[in-house]
Design a protein around this ligand. Structure first.
Ligand code: ZN
Length: 305
């Protein structure tokens, strides 16, 4: 997703520059159809060439011929630099690169499109800045603050992180979904792709893949398999589909782990319930200390207090 968006931004920039250059060339052609302008320009060019051949600099004749040419342009509404390309970005002169690195004009456009494709405003409206611990107990505040600190650091360090599965547990309304959203949001701000699914949507995508013809399966799972961050929100609320729910969850978790991509799961379920519902293999993946971080957010529903 990221590579495709960046390539698209660079390609659009190239086309935009080309279109502006073509428009300038057309404008120049049109202006030089005017005999007064073309004559003055030809005279200016001739005088300059003569002076060059004679090795003369700052010649009065050049100044006069130039003024004539400029006046002819002005007379018909053309500015002095009317035919010169004026770059939109002065940092990269519309090449898209500064010292071999992507220019900020390209990067900003890339981030805007990434946000759009990840639908991050709608999917993850909660940001780290929205954190509010005023209704929380001391225990809850400490736990949330610790997790927020960890998560902030985590996104900043990504992809150089050790844990690639983050499981946030806790009762409904304890802020685990908000935390997952804040991570996704910050990830996109950092130029990483992040997709937020409810467990139901995730399950439906897996079912669609399961039912699809073999040559369409990869396409359906492509974003799920390649996004830097995938959030599966409220695991346990989706219906259990035979040959789908557990099988695909396992497949996607393993594949993403192998690729060094991060999966975030939020759930109301306890460890025992997770084990019962998804089986030993998935459960051991979720609480494997080497690759996973499992945290419970204590407390009751904040929305009810
Ligand atoms: Zn630029």
């Amino acid at each position: 997703m990221k590579k495709r968006i960046l390539e698209q931004v660079l390609s659009d920039l190239k086309h935009k520059v080309q279109a502006r250059e073509n428009a300038l060339a057309d404008l120049r052609l049109k202006a030089f159809e005017n005999p007064e302008i073309s004559k003055a320009q030809a005279e200016y060019a001739r005088v300059k060439f003569d002076a060059l051949m004679k090795g003369v600099k700052n010649d009065e004749n050049i100044k006069k011929a130039r003024l004539n040419y400029e006046n002819a342009l002005k007379k018909y509404g053309y500015g002095e630099n009317a035919f010169e390309y004026q770059p939109i970005c002065s940092k990269c002169n519309d090449t898209g690169f500064v010292d071999g690195k992507i220019c900020s004009c390209v990067y900003n456009e890339y981030i805007a499109r990434l946000k759009n494709e990840c639908d991050i405003e709608a999917r993850a409206p909660f940001s780290f800045a929205d954190s509010n611990t005023s209704k929380m107990t001391r225990e809850q505040t400490d736990a949330i603050n610790k997790l927020y600190g960890f998560s902030w650091e985590y996104v900043s360090m990504y992809p150089n992180v050790k844990k690639h599965i983050l499981v946030f547990m806790g009762a409904t309304g304890t802020g685990k979904s908000c935390l997952a959203q804040a991570i996704a949001r910050k990830a996109v701000d950092h130029g990483k792709s992040a997709l937020v699914y409810s467990a139901y949507e995730f399950n439906t995508t897996c079912l669609n893949c399961h039912l699809a013809p073999i040559d369409e399966k990869d396409n359906i799972l492509y974003n799920l398999m390649t996004a830097d961050f995938v959030v599966i929100d409220d695991l346990g609320t989706e219906p259990m589909l035979k040959n789908v729910t557990c099988e695909y969850l396992q497949l996607i978790l393993d594949e993403r782990l192998r690729s060094g991509l991060t999966t975030i799961i939020t759930t109301n379920l306890s460890e025992i319930q997770l084990k019962e519902r998804y089986g030993e293999r998935i459960f051991s993946r979720l609480c494997d200390a080497k690759h996973s971080l499992m945290r419970r957010i204590p407390g009751k529903d904040l929305r009810l207090s």
